[in-house]
Ligand binder design. Structure first.
Ligand code: SF4
Length: 183
């Protein structure tokens, strides 16, 4: 009985330490990110930070988006920022698609409709923990609807998938193991 009690105390201590480490890491990232923000975001206020509940839009295609961060600029417009941890400070087309879908969801919500057609990808290096913020042009609402429609058709088996011409895009793809493309 006593050993079980000690085990519980030990587990509680380990959990506390891990939570504290995670909190400090988040705090350090927030500081590095703040320093790396471009000038136009320096005066902005953090409006949404890792929301507990997704932003939903139901028509014409249902999506549930959970942006990492949304900043409110002094003129009231909203800017999306997504944080990616990776080896190189590079922006992938999938990053832009992800932010565009988040914007599409926001455009369907009255209080978030003022979202800008440009967004930001913050890359955090796994090599040296440096942070770089990239400004990107997002897909228009119509382009995003077409992208979701295409995804819906491929996922539903109504259209055949097309392999990307650039093999480099397959690197790091989560579907690579079951993809029939020769690599
Ligand atoms: S591995 Fe397959 S699913 Fe992934 S990007 Fe390449 S072709 Fe597409």
């Amino acid at each position: 009985m006593e050993s079980l009690l000690w085990l519980l105390v030990l587990a509680a201590l380990v959990a506390t330490v891990l939570l504290e480490v995670a909190r400090r890491q988040r705090g350090a990232l927030t500081e590095r990110l703040r320093d790396a923000l471009p000038q136009e975001l320096q005066a902005a206020r953090l409006f949404i930070n890792e929301p507990r509940f997704p932003i939903r839009r139901h028509r014409p295609y249902p999506v549930a988006a959970r942006p990492d961060r949304v900043y409110r600029l002094p003129d009231g417009s909203l800017a999306l920022l997504e944080i990616k941890t990776r080896a190189a400070h590079a922006v992938h087309p999938s990053d832009i698609a992800q932010l565009s879908v988040q914007r599409y969801a926001m455009l369907g919500t009255r209080r978030l409709r003022n979202v800008l057609p440009t967004g930001y990808i913050a890359t955090v290096s796994t090599v040296n923990a440096s942070v770089r913020v990239h400004r990107v042009d997002l897909l228009s609402e119509q382009q995003t609807i077409s992208l979701i429609a295409r995804y819906d058709a491929v996922a539903g088996g109504r259209e055949a998938p097309r392999w990307p011409e650039d093999l480099a895009r397959c690197r790091g793809c989560p579907h690579r193991q079951r993809c029939s493309r020769p690599h």
